[in-house]
Design a protein around this ligand. Structure first.
Ligand SMILES: Nc1ncnc2c1ncn2[C@@H]1O[C@H](COP(=O)(O)OP(=O)(O)O)[C@@H](O)[C@H]1O
Ligand SMILES: [Mg+2]
Length: 355
């Protein structure tokens, strides 16, 4: 069999539980060795997707290939995947080494080879020398790393991780994010990471898929997804954004966006976007502040949030049919002195979606 270019390929994968459509026709290709995240709100179908890849659920429709081979009817232990999830379930009465080597022993791997692999993977997760400890004598982060070593020790093609850091506090979670990336760099496995936490997905992944209500809204690098969100859902879910309702008329050149407002606010758009009722999205750092009268929407600064190098301003338009704007200003020198300002919306920084 020739080497497959994709590690995992999902095609039109669906899963229904009675009336509930948990996964609604998704396509995902995982590349060899990449760190890929599946990101979406709770209940959107992430765990179900992962359980279908690992073999604990059977799709209602569609195909799943691992290394080019159809695995839909193959049991979990015959797929070269391993799963790490939030409840780590380390065996409390066993040592770290016994926990890590447990699966190998069941597979009949010789004692010498077991020892070699246990040492190798304890080293990879930075726990050399902890072999004889019991789980209760380890910190939460160390226990997590034992669970990861245990999942890596039989060298799976794919490591599936289902929100493994969500029970850790924020500081430990951030530390573990860095460690997970380092672990990923040291092994050849493909990582498929499921999370509802956009910071985790955006900071760790080579690529990610944003999922909503059983469907994939967009797949891309973190930068692509942040800069060019494909849908209003993605724009709103990833990072902070300002969403504006409006209409794009067919009749003008260039096409003109008219915001839903009591006053007349129009913005000339560069390219020909969608027509009719639209949602326009613009990131806080893309909105500019001008002197009153110089931008498109006059208003008042009602809040300033200082974040070191960046300050977020909240501007309330004088026209109260328009929403407040969240505006991020870099540096101190660019901050306006007066509370009376005008908001400038650069059409090139705006994404426009049909409704
Ligand atoms: N075994 C099951 N039986 C019935 N409904 C389920 C089952 N597993 C998941 N679901 C439903 O499928 C949807 C997706 O669930 P899940 O994949 O766990 O989402 P996520 O991991 O994104 O939070 C939810 O509506 C959930 O209630
Ligand atoms: Mg889940």
């Amino acid at each position: 069999m020739t080497a497959s270019t994709t590690a995992v390929q999902l095609k039109n994968v669906c899963k229904e539980f009675g009336e509930t459509i948990a996964v609604d026709g998704i396509d995902i290709d995982l590349r060899h060795g990449e760190f890929f995240s599946l990101l979406g709100p709770s209940g959107c179908g992430k765990t179900t997707t992962l359980r279908m890849i690992s073999g604990f659920e059977t799709p209602t429709d569609g195909s799943i290939r691992i290394e080019g081979e159809d695995v839909v009817h193959r049991p979990p232990n015959k797929r070269n995947t391993n799963l790490v999830f939030q409840g780590l379930s380390l065996f409390p009465h066993m040592t770290v080494a016994e926990n890590v080597g447990y699966g190998l022993e069941k597979e009949g791997v010789t004692a010498d080879e077991r020892e070699r692999l246990i040492e190798k993977y304890l080293d990879i997760v930075d726990l050399s020398g902890y072999d004889e400890r019991k789980p209760q004598d380890l910190s939460g982060g160390q226990q997590q790393r034992v669970a990861i070593a245990r999942a890596l020790v039989n060298e799976p093609d794919i490591l599936l991780l289902d929100e493994p850091l969500s029970s850790l506090d924020r500081k430990l979670r951030q530390q573990m994010q860095v460690e997970l990336q380092e672990i990923h760099d040291r092994v050849e496995s493909t990582f498929f990471y499921v999370t509802h936490d956009q910071d985790v997905a955006m900071s760790m992944s080579d690529r990610l898929a944003v999922m909503n209500d059983g469907q994939i809204e967009q797949i891309g690098s973190p930068k692509q997804i942040y800069r060019e969100p494909a849908t209003a859902f993605v724009a709103n879910f990833i990072g902070d954004t300002n969403l504006l309702n409006g209409t794009v008329e067919n009749t003008t050149h260039p096409p003109r966006l008219e915001l839903d407002a009591e006053t007349n606010v129009t913005i000339d758009l560069g390219e020909s976007p969608v027509k009719g009722d639209v949602i326009a999205s613009i990131r806080p750092e893309e909105v500019d502040i001008a002197e009153p009268g110089a931008g498109v929407i006059d208003g008042t600064i009602v809040n300033r949030f200082f974040h070191g190098e960046r300050t977020n301003l909240v501007v309330e338009p004088h026209d109260d049919s328009l929403p407040e704007f969240d505006i991020a200003v870099q540096g101190r020198t660019n901050l306006p002195d007066s509370e009376d300002v005008s908001v400038e919306l650069n059409p090139d920084a705006m994404s426009v979606y049909g409704q």
